[in-house]
Design a protein around this ligand. Structure first.
Ligand SMILES: Nc1nc2c(c(=O)[nH]1)N[C@H]1C(S)=C(S)[C@@H](COP(=O)(O)OP(=O)(O)OC[C@H]3O[C@@H](n4cnc5c(=O)[nH]c(N)nc54)[C@H](O)[C@@H]3O)O[C@H]1N2
Ligand SMILES: Nc1nc2c(c(=O)[nH]1)N[C@H]1C(S)=C(S)[C@@H](COP(=O)(O)OP(=O)(O)OC[C@H]3O[C@@H](n4cnc5c(=O)[nH]c(N)nc54)[C@H](O)[C@@H]3O)O[C@H]1N2
Ligand SMILES: [Mo]
Length: 778
């Protein structure tokens, strides 16, 4: 049960298909339990009522936006869990660390670690006692400065960011790091929507989505590719359901029948709840092979081309939007040539779909005047993700589905401010214009060479090329691939610093010296010299708005993220290029600097006063193309020859299954709220592998048995996780699914997206073996 039982009680694992709709009574029941379970019920109810309302705080859950006009209280079951999790009364303080050595804590599960509560005071690792001990803030800042200033080159330090950091924190952080002298900004986005940024930048000149909340009310069709909004973006179910209600098509493409995409009941609609009525959230559902989406899209393009030619021959209205293509497009001939050259056989084999399905999807796309395409991790975490996302753009350009109300591209972001962090300059490959603007405004010469992304940072730490790691949020040790090698990378460091709200494995897998710096979260009141401060965030629709903490912080020793960054900066650089501590007294001063350097933020402080915030705009959404050609580019990518990487084939073994890693309903990334996954029918367990029953039998096992999972990659490393229970599940043959982060040890560090460097978390070639300890129980 979410948060209800203590993390150290052992639950009984169960597995039984879930028959209810998504949302609904099940969600309310789960939230009620979370409230009671956090020991802080009243406080949390007050907090929730303030979430995503003007004057309240931005939900620390996902990056889905809300209509700025509506005053409705907007929160969802999983947003409620996120708020509740942060607003706990439990504390991890000096007494806690005195009780537990780091080696003892390493034996605990991730679930147990985070459940212990909020970090409340700065701590430093003491090797002699293998314990964290208290340290003053000044001492902590001095230690960091000493390490940073001792490095031979600033490029020997890595500065990680997770996507909860506010715009103010992120802006200060990048300013400090660049003034220090490096662009080493590995961030969670490198493991998330990086491919969307790279692909769309080349196709339409901007790495963000082009739609706003209102567009969903005007679309004739909404495609949802590789996304599970019922769990990860529950507030998105409303517009999907409304779309179905008014007769629009909602087309879901997902190998798993995700409950939220099938039926949804709104927990805040009294009538629906009472009658137990639920409404469909989709009108068609296609279940491709893992990584088969691009082939499906290419098939759709091939049908469109065929119909376009037929229309031309018969004089019927055109299928393509010729006026748009003429005025805005570039490269259509090359693109149509590769569409022609792609064989139906390859399309069918790689997509895993019958041609009739692809034809139906193509018809639905053609029939709709205005189309929105949404996607998330099922699309972005593959080797050919950049090409796949460019194929989405190609399809949309063919029919001019860009820059008109009700149509456009919608990469649905993950962390609540991951998009804003990039806008603020958290970017290891920074655009020249950004660097020029910083140089001009602050008068120091910025580093011009590219820095490390997440995977490059791990390699650098493994090889000893990087020796200091600083994490502004997140859980680097668990979120990254190839867990054992990443752990080694962190342990190689001279110093690791984690700026965090909660205890996690990254505090335990540390460098020779290590610091834990406890910070305020989104829900906490942020009191500074000039009064309580608001921070700002940007959602998936490029809306920027303020977030005001509402709850009294648990401890006076916690500091805000901007204050921590300023402290590190002042200790390392003194008062250059800015007076860091003066900025912290009033974040409006940081926003003035943002207004001076980041495009779109002119008069930042004044515009924030508008209720609901302001829209940054989208150049592609306005049909302005900031690409090399100055036009919207059709990208002529070939389908991959084989979805299987050469290095898998070179292992000499044939995979038993291809596995994706995904989120359960009771987690936020590496934060585990509970051991259940309600919509998939799983209770009290996470070490499970979802497999088709026929495959379980074919591989010589029985449903419910345990197996070890080994991944294939020809580099001499063994990658294994042990004792996973095989669940017979409604999943296409040949596929498997398991939970992130439990299976991260299986993702090879070298298995990354072309052009995105994103670990291929949705495509891992695996074999099943009888459990090592026990032998096969047959
Ligand atoms: N409650 C909650 N909310 C969250 C998060 C959380 O952990 N918990 N995480 C946040 C973050 S950082 C992110 S990035 C988002 C993630 O949001 P999602 O992208 O929805 O997250 P995943 O669980 O990784 O789900 C991937 C979905 O893609 C499908 N899929 C996998 N492989 C393929 C494929 O090859 N093709 C297709 N078509 N589908 C595929 C899976 O079956 C699954 O439904 O959510 C954000 N919101
Ligand atoms: N196998 C596999 N791996 C994946 C994925 C996958 O689908 N499969 N998904 C990837 C994706 S999409 C992402 S985004 C990454 C996520 O990677 P991260 O962002 O690094 O991981 P999180 O689990 O979100 O980080 C949780 C920690 O952040 C800290 N925290 C929470 N709130 C705050 C705050 O307000 N401030 C600060 N300073 N700290 C805070 C807490 O200490 C908590 O323990 O993981 C990636 N890894
Ligand atoms: Mo993400």
């Amino acid at each position: 049960m979410s948060l209800h039982h203590k993390a150290d009680q052992k639950p009984v694992p169960r597995y039984k298909p879930y028959n209810g709709p998504a949302g609904g009574w099940g969600a309310l029941r789960s939230v009620a339990k979370a409230w009671v379970g956090s020991d802080n019920a009243l406080k949390n109810i007050r907090a929730l009522l303030k979430t995503n309302q003007n004057g309240g705080f931005d939900c620390p859950g996902c990056a889905w936006g809300d209509s700025p006009e509506s005053g409705m209280v907007k929160f969802c079951e999983n947003g409620a869990k996120a708020v509740n999790w942060e607003a706990t009364k439990r504390r991890v303080d000096a007494a806690f660390f005195a009780r537990h050595s780091v080696s003892a804590l390493l034996e605990q599960s991730d679930y147990w670690l985070e459940y212990q509560g909020r970090l409340t005071e700065p701590m430093v690792y003491d090797a002699a006692s293998d314990r964290y001990q208290p340290i003053g803030w000044d001492g902590a800042f001095a230690l960091i400065a000493q390490h940073l200033n001792a490095l031979e080159s600033p490029d020997q330090a890595e500065f990680y960011t997770s996507g909860r950091a506010s715009n103010e924190a992120a802006f200060l952080y990048q300013l400090f790091v660049r003034a220090y002298g490096t662009n080493n900004f590995p961030d969670c986005s490198n493991m998330c929507h990086e491919a969307s940024g790279v692909a769309l930048g080349q196709s339409v000149g901007v790495g963000k989505g082009t739609v706003t909340f209102d567009d969903f009310e005007h679309a004739d069709a909404i495609f949802v590719w590789g996304q599970n909004p019922g769990t990860n973006h529950p507030r998105m179910l409303d517009p999907l359901r409304d779309a179905v209600k008014r007769g629009a098509q909602v087309v879901c493409v997902n190998p798993l029948k995700e409950r939220g995409l099938e039926r949804f009941q709104h927990p805040q609609h009294a009538l629906e709840m009472l009658t137990n009525g639920d409404r469909p959230t989709n009108t068609a559902y296609f279940r491709p092979a893992l990584g088969g989406d691009m082939a499906m899209m290419r098939g759709m393009a091939k049908f469109l081309l065929q119909w376009e030619r037929e229309a031309q021959a018969s004089g019927e209205p055109a299928v393509f939007d010729h006026a748009f293509i003429e005025q805005h497009g570039h490269g259509i001939d090359d693109y149509l040539a590769v569409v022609d050259a792609t064989s139906w056989e390859q399309i069918q084999a790689q997509s895993g779909l019958p041609l009739a399905d692809i034809e139906q999807a193509a018809r639905m796309y053609r029939k709709a005047e205005k189309v929105i395409m949404c996607w998330a991790m099922g699309i972005t975490q593959h080797r050919h993700s950049v090409a796949t996302i460019q194929e989405i753009a190609n399809l949309m350009l063919l029919r001019g589905n860009l820059g008109v109300p009700g149509a456009g591209l919608c990469p649905v972001r993950g962390h609540s401010n991951v998009q804003g962090d990039r806008t603020m300059g958290i970017n290891e490959r920074p655009p020249v214009a950004l660097l020029d603007a910083i140089e001009k405004r602050f008068g120091f010469s910025v580093p011009r060479h590219n820095g490390h992304n997440t995977v490059e940072a791990i390699h650098a730490m493994l090889d000893g090329r990087a020796r200091v790691f600083i994490g502004l949020g997140g859980n680097f040790a668990q979120a990254t691939p190839d867990t054992e090698r990443t752990a080694q990378a962190l342990r190689n460091c001279a110093l690791t610093v984690q700026i965090s709200t909660k205890l996690n494995r990254s505090h335990l897998v540390h460098g020779k010296q290590a610091l834990i710096l406890p910070c305020l979260g989104r829900t906490d009141i942020d009191q500074q010299g000039e009064g309580p401060q608001a921070v700002t965030v940007e959602d998936s629709f490029s809306m920027v708005h303020a977030s005001n903490g509402q709850l009294q912080p648990l401890s006076r020793q916690m500091r805000s993220e901007p204050a921590v960054v300023a402290g590190i900066a002042a200790a390392t650089l003194g008062s250059t290029p800015v007076d860091w501590n003066w900025l912290i007294a009033d974040y409006g001063r940081i926003r003035d600097l943002i207004a001076d350097t980041i495009p779109g933020f002119t008069d930042f402080n004044q515009r924030l006063e508008h209720p609901g915030g302001f829209y940054l705009g989208s150049s592609a959404g306005a049909r302005q193309w900031k690409t090399a050609t100055g036009r919207a580019n059709f990208k002529a990518n070939l389908l991959p020859d084989s979805l299987l990487d050469e290095r898998v084939r070179a292992s000499g073994q044939v995979p038993d299954l291809i596995m994706q890693s995904m989120r359960s309903h009771d987690q936020y990334n590496t934060t585990i709220y509970g051991l259940d996954d309600r919509y998939r029918g799983v209770k009290g367990q996470r070490d499970v592998l979802f497999v088709n029953e026929a495959d379980i039998i074919r591989l010589g096992f029985k449903p419910g048995q345990k197996a070890d999972i080994v991944s294939l990659w020809a580099d001499g490393h063994e990658r294994r996780v042990q004792g996973f229970t095989l669940l017979a599940f409604d999943i296409p043959a040949g596929q498997a699914a398991a939970y992130y982060p439990e299976v991260n040890p299986l993702v090879p560090l070298e298995s990354v997206g072309d052009g995105s460097h994103t670990p291929t978390s949705k495509f891992v070639a695996i074999k099943l073996e009888a459990p090592r300890e026990t032998g096969r129980i047959l």
